[in-house]
Write a protein that binds this ligand. Structure first.
Ligand SMILES: *[C@@H]1O[C@H](CO)[C@@H](O)[C@H](O)[C@H]1NC(C)=O
Ligand SMILES: *[C@@H]1O[C@H](CO)[C@@H](O)[C@H](O)[C@H]1NC(C)=O
Ligand SMILES: *[C@@H]1O[C@H](CO)[C@@H](O)[C@H](O)[C@H]1NC(C)=O
Ligand SMILES: *[C@@H]1O[C@H](CO)[C@@H](O)[C@H](O)[C@H]1NC(C)=O
Ligand SMILES: *[C@@H]1O[C@H](CO)[C@@H](O)[C@H](O)[C@H]1NC(C)=O
Ligand SMILES: *[C@@H]1O[C@H](CO)[C@@H](O)[C@H](O)[C@H]1NC(C)=O
Ligand SMILES: CC(=O)N[C@H]1CO[C@H](CO)[C@@H](O)[C@@H]1O
Length: 845
């Protein structure tokens, strides 16, 4: 065994044992003496080297470790292949995660390779006969005589002169599929070299695949994901804070993004605040951009965003001047004041031709119409002006130039400054649920003024929205608020949003979901006997049943109120059934007989969360660890609905009675995806109703009927505070104030005594840090403004990692409403959960 100790800079820097060390790892069980010897050597040289000198080489089996111990460089194989690669991975986690591969296109074929640094400063991988299979390019203008290679704490492998800091090369300039904090994507205009991310060909082959991710500086810089040379997904132009189409991460305490633009380069970087968390952004071989963080508790990577997330993320889906909205059907529409270029193909849901202005431009007295809450269109055909200019000045500049078809604020940070001017066609616009921007589009002088619809799909004008609260059991029907809004929509929709979206894009085979015959169900539920009734959910009664083979099931009889056709309904049910996640109730099958529809679910022995949580006796069984696990489980289920399922389901009625518990107390969300097709009584063909539950509804939803993922997040926040405190939000009363649970939690939080919110029935066995974190996250979710609320991915991240959290702002709906409500539901009544007040939002046309 040879151990080398090299000196340089008069400091003992390199301590590593060649060859033998690795062999020992493989053979260490062969002799106890060798094992002891190995451990002795390892303790002597406990600091693994992070550097290779010119005289040394790293052989297959040896590794370098960065001085913070986070990254490791060495040789590896993927699966059973004999191909060997040199790469960098995380050294302290059990899941192999390769963040960089040197010879991705030219693997070694055996285990006799070596990595060396040679003058004048190149890093090379040699094979068994000293042939060079890969070599770094020389980027330094002049050679350096004594190069060394060093693996830095950031995961960057650099080649530099032994006596200086001058780099000749760094791996961060040649990233593979992973964007680590500190990698600078973009262009060096001086050398013409681009730094970009490219996917692996497959999980077993790190060679360059067909997907890549770039900062495209054409026009104004935007981030794009390409398949080959074609745009697949465009995150949008930089707006001073972020890419225009990216979620607002300014309130994500752990994540920062920045763009530097100079005459010589344009560079985008992502940063992590705090070292405690491992985090990567990766472009996977299927072309999905995935951001994940390492979770020590589960010993796995938690995905918490992925793009493209839905249909509307497909580049240019709706053609020029089209606008995509996942919430409408069909998802493509023309921008307000635009009409399909070819109505016939548009009718066939072929949107590629896009739309035209209703009234052509004349460049004479044209005006501008504001379109809000959108992702800015493709910025390749733009010009810009970075001076401090107001919107009014931008408009004047755009009006003077007949080729300018639209303008917007270039930089929306601070008071805003600069202008971005669009030329040519406006393409790849989508409606954003939050963090959208405004675009001012040029209109002919004769076009009537007003405000542009943001729905993107047009509609009639003069729509009235009425909100009605109806109690499912009591006769009390309170007219809650009547809000009369003048909304401008374009043409009428043909069918319900989600159905159209799916039927346009998905062909569902019937055989995929088991069909149960009505006699089977009748037998299982004893003719829907009352003793088998579990309760009355939002969409109809639920019965327990036992199949002939003894399997227990739950049967939901959907109210016969949907206005959709049978086939559409069936399609939709099957799509919902395809959503599968550990924290969603699994659909076992369905049953259709005439107009009657039934969904068959797995049976949950521990029933709904409210029955345990709000019961004085049973709630003792929910210790803190169980509660925290339930919160985390719900968060993951909801994250899946919001982003991972690719259908972007907004639940709209998240509440304790919709969380079911299995035998191991694992929470499962139920009733997801039903709101759109079974949203209550639909007798009038043209009435759209949205269902929610008082106490869980966000202000913008209850008052304006505006729903988005952020309204679900509000409900989730309420649920978190309920789980921590063991109290319902609705009907929560304390003698000394008239705050509801949210208000009470907020008050305790501002007094720095959040822990008093914790359910007093819990014993001392809890982790106070976790309790406070859960309350803090809950309060962030119920903030009054939807934009302030974190996304579900941030929530999962903040719950799972010990990171600093932003200050919570005042919650919405934090006092008990001064309207009379039926408080008859009590926690000891087992059917209480089904008697909750339900608010129905009616949209007349
Ligand atoms: C290796 O093979 C297994 C089993 O076929 C597969 O699940 C895994 O994704 C493959 N790839 C890697 C990189 O382990
Ligand atoms: C790898 O090889 C082992 C043994 O030869 C075999 O059992 C296993 O299925 C192989 N895995 C893959 C992913 O090929
Ligand atoms: C490769 O080069 C190393 C170092 O120069 C030398 O010791 C070794 O013998 C060479 N191997 C072959 C096969 O030439
Ligand atoms: C080593 O690489 C050289 C040059 O790439 C090649 O000619 C030679 O065949 C390789 N030797 C082995 C053993 O693969
Ligand atoms: C950009 O817009 C101009 C002005 O309308 C048009 O002539 C040109 O073809 C467009 N260029 C591209 C690349 O779309
Ligand atoms: C639906 O509402 C109408 C009036 O709005 C009512 O007459 C009808 O009975 C309701 N149907 C159901 C199934 O609740
Ligand atoms: C808290 C609670 O009710 N737990 C029950 C969940 O279901 C299992 C299996 O039916 C029971 O053993 C638990 O007591």
């Amino acid at each position: 065994m040879i151990c080398k100790i090299s000196h340089f800079n008069k400091k003992l820097k390199i301590k590593y044992c060649t060859a033998a060390m690795a062999d020992f790892r493989n053979r260490k069980h062969s002799s106890p003496f060798l094992l002891v010897y190995f451990l002795l050597i390892r303790s002597l040289f406990s600091t693994a080297a992070d550097t290779i000198t010119a005289s040394a080489r790293i052989r297959d089996g040896e590794t370098l470790v960065s001085s913070n111990g986070v990254f490791q460089l060495g040789f590896f194989s993927l699966n059973n292949s004999t191909n060997r690669y040199v790469g960098i991975w995380y050294s302290n986690i059990p899941v192999p995660t390769y963040v960089w591969v040197a010879n991705r296109e030219s693997p070694l074929t055996g285990k006799n390779g070596a990595l060396t640094v040679m003058a004048p400063g190149a890093l090379s991988i040699l094979n068994g006969t000293n042939g060079t299979v890969w070599s770094s390019t020389l980027t330094a203008p002049s050679p350096i005589p004594n190069p060394i290679a060093q693996l830095l704490d950031s995961g960057n492998l650099i080649v530099k002169d032994v006596n200086g800091d001058r780099f000749t090369w760094q791996s961060f300039d040649y990233p593979c599929d992973t964007l680590l904090a500190g990698i600078r994507l973009g262009w060096n205009y001086v050398t013409g070299v681009e730094t970009y991310i490219s996917s692996w060909r497959s999980e077993e082959d790190p060679a360059k695949g067909e997907y890549s991710s770039h900062v495209d500086p054409t026009g104004y810089p935007q981030m794009v994901l390409k398949k080959g040379d074609a745009f697949r997904y465009r995150i949008g132009p930089w707006n001073g804070l972020r890419w225009s189409g990216a979620p607002d991460t300014s309130n994500d305490p752990t994540y920062s993004v920045s763009l530097q633009m100079t005459r010589d380069e344009v560079r985008y970087t992502e940063g992590r605040v705090g070292d405690s968390v491992l985090s990567i952004s990766r472009l996977d071989p299927n072309g999905e951009g995935v951001r994940s963080t390492w979770n020590d508790r589960t010993n796995s990577w938690t995905r918490y965003t992925n793009v493209p997330a839905d249909n509307c993320d497909s580049y240019g889906l709706c053609g020029p001047h089209g606008s995509c909205n996942v919430g409408t059907s069909p998802s493509c529409g023309c921008l307000d004041r635009f009409v399909p270029r070819d109505p016939e193909s548009w009718g066939r849901t072929d949107w590629s031709d896009g739309c035209l202005r209703r009234i052509a431009l004349s460049c004479n007295g044209d005006k501008f119409l504001k379109y809000s809450a959108i992702k800015l269109p493709d910025a390749r055909n733009t010009t810009y002006n970075v001076e401090r200019r107001s919107l009014v000045e931008c408009q004047a500049d755009c009006a003077r130039d007949c080729s300018c078809v639209a303008y917007t604020q270039l930089n929306i940070s601070g008071d805003g400054s600069g202008c971005l001017f669009y030329h040519g066609e406006l393409i790849d616009i989508r409606v954003m649920a939050s963090a959208g921007q405004d675009l001012y589009i040029r209109m002919a002088a004769s076009e009537p003024g007003g405000v542009a619809s943001t729905s993107g799909n047009g509609g009639n004008r003069g729509r009235t929205r009425t909100i009605v609260i109806a109690s499912a059991t009591s006769v009390v029907v309170v007219v809650f608020v009547c809000v009369i809004l003048v909304c401008v929509y374009g043409r009428r929709r043909k069918s319900d949003p989600i159905v159209g979206l799916f039927s346009a894009t998905t062909h569902v085979k019937e055989a995929e979901l088991p069909f149960f015959s009505l006699p089977t169900i009748l037998k299982a539920t004893d003719n829907f006997s009352n003793k088998n009734k579990l309760g009355e959910g939002g969409f109809g009664p639920v019965y327990r049943g036992v199949l002939e083979d003894g399997q227990e099931i739950a049967v939901k009889r959907l109210s016969k109120t949907s206005r959709q056709g049978v086939n559409e309904l069936r399609n939709e049910v099957m799509l919902i059934a395809k959503l599968q996640h550990r924290n969603l109730v699994r659909t076992l099958g369905f049953c259709a007989q005439g107009e009657e529809y039934m969904l068959i679910y797995e049976y949950m022995p521990n029933h709904s969360l409210d029955l345990t949580l709000f019961d004085k006796e049973k709630s003792r069984l929910l210790d803190w660890q169980k509660r925290f696990d339930i919160i985390n489980g719900i968060a993951k289920g909801l994250l899946y609905l919001h982003q991972d399922s690719r259908l972007r389901i907004i639940h709209r009625d998240l509440k304790a009675s919709n969380i079911l518990l299995d035998a191991d107390m694992i929470p499962k969300i139920s009733d997801f995806g039903l709101a759109r097709s079974f949203g209550g009584n639909q007798t009038e063909a043209q009435t759209r109703r949205v269902v929610g539950t008082y106490g869980y509804m966000s202000p913008e939803y209850a008052i304006d009927g505006l729903f988005s993922v952020k309204s679900d997040i509000f409900s989730f926040g309420v649920l978190v505070l309920e789980i921590v405190s063991g109290n319902r939000n609705r009907g929560f009363l304390l003698k000394d104030h008239n705050l509801n649970l949210l208000g009470h939690a907020w008050r305790l939080y501002t007094e720095d005594s959040s822990r008093k919110l914790l359910d007093p029935c819990l014993d001392e066995a809890f982790d106070l840090g976790q309790v406070e974190r859960a309350i803090h996250v809950g309060l962030l979710c119920v903030q009054n403004s939807p934009d302030d609320r974190p996304s579900m991915s941030s929530v999962v991240f903040m719950l799972g990692n010990d990171v600093a959290l932003p200050q919570a702002k005042q919650p919405g709906f934090f006092t008990e409403r001064d309207i009379s409500i039926d408080h008859s539901s009590s926690s000891s009544n087992p059917t209480a959960s089904y008697n909750e007040l339900t608010i129905t939002w009616t949209q007349g046309r």
